[in-house]
Design a protein around this ligand. Sequence first.
Ligand code: SF4
Length: 195
Amino acid sequence: MQVSWQSLYDEIFACEKCELCRRIHNKVPGQGNVHAKLMFIGEGPGADEDMQGLAFVGAAGQLLTKMIAAMKLEREDVYICNIVKCRPPQNRTPLPEEAAACLPFLRQQVALVRPRVIVLLGATAARTLLREDFRITREHGKWVEKKGVWFMPTYHPAALLRDESKKREAWNDLKLVMEKLKDLEAQENGGFEGV
Ligand code: SF4
């Protein structure tokens, strides 16, 4: 049964299913256009996100905003969230069991938004949603289709801040996303404008 946004957010705010909720300031469920055709999924909240309760608002988030603008979109056009809704200590990678504990929330978000395309930002998102041995360096930029939803794995913006040489590859991945959105729009006979 599909839940409402309110009950989903209530569940997330009350959740204590894993240890990650012990030392946080705020849960970070995600935010954006709840009818978006395009969704971005990252790994987990960092320090800025934890303080503000919002996904992708720190340095990596600012880069993500630029990436979205380069796609001729605005953040308000897309939905943005993470695999885990609580900040891992010292920004460590969420453990597989933490990702698994939080995954039902993400599944419900996807079911509510019903995006046509999902950009997976970084290895954790790709490993959680596609394959546990996914290698982002080797396998980014290749489409995976599941139940009519198109997944594009690419680098996490934080990785692009650490290594600027990856930016061109990430941009190539995002250009594929723009093409896919256009193709899907054409298939839908102009059923949606923008995303
Ligand atoms: S990370 Fe997810 S599963 Fe773990 S406590 Fe936070 S909301 Fe619950």
